[in-house]
Design a protein around this ligand. Sequence first.
Ligand SMILES: NC(=O)c1ccc[n+]([C@@H]2O[C@H](COP(=O)([O-])OP(=O)(O)OC[C@H]3O[C@@H](n4cnc5c(N)ncnc54)[C@H](O)[C@@H]3O)[C@@H](O)[C@H]2O)c1
Length: 281
Amino acid sequence: MTSKRRVGTARILETVHSAYAPGMDVTGTNIVVTGAASGIGRAMARRFAADGARTVVCVDVNAAGVAGVAEEIGGRSEVVDMTDEAAIGSLIDRIEAEVGPTDLWCGNAGVGANGGVELDNEVWDLNWSVNVMAHVVAARHLVPRWIERGGGHLLLTASAAGLLTNLGTAPYAVTKHACVALAEWIKITYGEQGVGVSCLCPQGVRTPMTEADGELAIEVVKAMGMIEPEDVAEAVARGLADDSFLILPHPEVATYEQRRAGDRDRWISGMQKLQASLPGG
Ligand SMILES: NC(=O)c1ccc[n+]([C@@H]2O[C@H](COP(=O)([O-])OP(=O)(O)OC[C@H]3O[C@@H](n4cnc5c(N)ncnc54)[C@H](O)[C@@H]3O)[C@@H](O)[C@H]2O)c1
């Protein structure tokens, strides 16, 4: 990969200089984006292709959508359900054999839910499966390869909900917190063995996921200000170049997170007031 994480002398020199130039250049790399049929995944896939990636593999359950994106950017499309553990393993084996080493894996496919603890276990299970376990399974297959090769990068699309919360949706808030925790854990555990990790945590982004009206979980996202998927792709490009762990397309999320950590009781009461002020709250 053209990441500045390499092996041998180059890597030792780069370790010395890592405070200055640790990031990733996507030129000539093989990149996989899950959830690439629309929204943030599609924008990232387009951006990586425009920035000179060698191959962008677009993965989704939406066969027509993902085929269209792959065709548009000259990439490869794969129809895989990220709840299917065996299918994720086969996908990674297939890509490594037919495309080449995976330099960057963007675990971006995600699902939401409208409601709280009253929601059925099936809804909770789906959120756990797509928003957390798909990333665990992908990392299980990729991290050993990356350690052996001396480089590779995992980008997980969590959400500001994973640093703060998301009013109106317990499964989403809880599983996105788990996603952030997973990304952090992988970086702490394997970061010094060449495994780069980024955790993308946007607030509201105008995508099919945020189209519905009248659902508290989505109304709160709209109320906080929406950005476009292309803005997220721009933040990702900058975050990868800087090797930032947290990629925050809405910079104010950093302040909210500090406020939450600084005085949890005050933050909770602020969230209760916000909830009461919203349609559906
Ligand atoms: N839109 C927002 O405001 C927002 C904010 C923060 C985080 N996110 C996160 O961004 C990511 C992308 O969402 P988006 O907003 O672009 O919405 P989106 O609906 O456009 O994209 C989600 C994609 O994931 C795919 N997907 C869902 N389940 C899948 C499965 N089991 N296997 C394979 N693919 C599957 C969908 O088909 C879809 O193409 C998600 O992880 C979401 O949680 C979105």
